[in-house]
Design a protein around this ligand. Structure first.
Ligand code: GLV
Length: 308
């Protein structure tokens, strides 16, 4: 029985070493070294091969090596083959770190101080209390929840918005499209951790920005396609938005002549906010194989109708 890995080959070698220790009964192979395709039961991929069940006729489960599965073409995956998103402690920790630094960059006025430094200007700004900076997270999955649970400890008033009802201790949770504007109206720093679906594509747009308080900031750690980049630039010019921190863009890489690169109130990182850590991810994948064999629902199993 084979476990096939189809993503970054260097990480594949790490997965192979961990699988050899932890699940020696599975033959582990790294794409394109597939061996006999009929023996492949499990596939972990960033991009599965086209028509995966024709290429791998006995495939039982497809694991994404990332938190998202929007890059998958699920139309070619039959309903009996479950698809699983990566939910593992390493990717959660990385995301909490990244979003915390982004929120603190905005909260502690580091965009302003970067400008002062360029001018060699020793200038103080009043320090605002965390209690006066309202944080809002779009998307209350495992990542959004973990981010809010950490940010709450700084004393920021925290709220979240998701499609369905959620309860998070100490967080004001809003659910459904009818409550979106109430959520936005109380949000000074908006963080996008939504899955990318047809319902969320382009959701960070002029309408949403206008529902935020004037001078709000946006952090996008979802997908580039969540954000309308033209609307963002317009909202920065008009002053409706103060600043933006983007870990994802559309396209990636962002073209060198794109105006977002040089905007003084925009910080860009190249999709590095978080990544799956093989040491912790392999344990989750092995546990999921056990759950699947027992006929149980796996951690991160995608609801095909919802798209995440
Ligand atoms: C990266 O963006 C991921 O989906 O893990």
């Amino acid at each position: 029985m084979t476990f096939l890995y189809k993503a970054d080959p260097a990480r594949g070698e790490q997965w192979a070493r961990l699988f050899a220790q932890k699940a020696p009964e599975l033959a582990f192979r790294v794409w394109p070294d597939v061996g006999d395709p009929a023996t492949v039961r499990y596939l972990a991929a960033w991009m599965p091969p086209d028509d995966p069940t024709r290429t791998l006729p006995n495939l039982q489960v497809i694991f994404s090596v990332g938190a998202g599965i929007d890059q998958f073409d699920l139309s070619g995956v039959p309903a009996h083959v479950p698809v699983v998103r990566m939910i593992e402690p390493g990717i959660v920790e990385g995301m909490v770190e990244y979003v915390t630094q982004a929120v603190l960059t905005i909260h502690r006025d580091l965009f302003d101080y970067a400008g002062f430094q360029q001018k060699r200007e020793w200038r103080e700004m009043p320090v605002r209390a965390a209690a006066s900076r309202r944080i809002g997270v779009l998307g209350l999955g495992v990542l959004g929840t973990a981010v809010l649970e950490r940010l709450r400890l700084f004393g920021f008033p925290c709220a979240g918005w998701s499609r369905s009802e959620r309860v998070i201790d100490g967080v004001d949770c809003h659910a459904g499209i009818d409550s979106l504007d109430a959520f936005l109206g109380r949000t000074d720093v908006l963080i996008c951790l939504l899955p990318l679906t047809d319902a969320t594509r382009g959701m960070l747009n002029a309408r949403v920005f206008s529902a935020l308080p004037q001078g709000a900031s946006v952090i996008n750690v979802g997908r580039g396609a969540h954000l309308d980049q033209e609307d963002l630039l317009a909202a920065l010019v008009s002053g409706q938005l103060d600043s933006a921190i983007l870990d994802v863009t559309e396209p990636e890489p962002l073209p060198a002549d794109h105006p977002l690169w040089t905007h003084p109130r925009v910080r860009i990182t190249p999709h590095i906010a978080s990544a799956t850590r093989p040491e912790s991810a392999v344990d989750v994948v092995i546990e999921n194989i056990r759950l699947h064999r027992a006929g149980l629902r796996m951690i991160g199993q995608v609801d095909r109708a919802r798209g995440y």
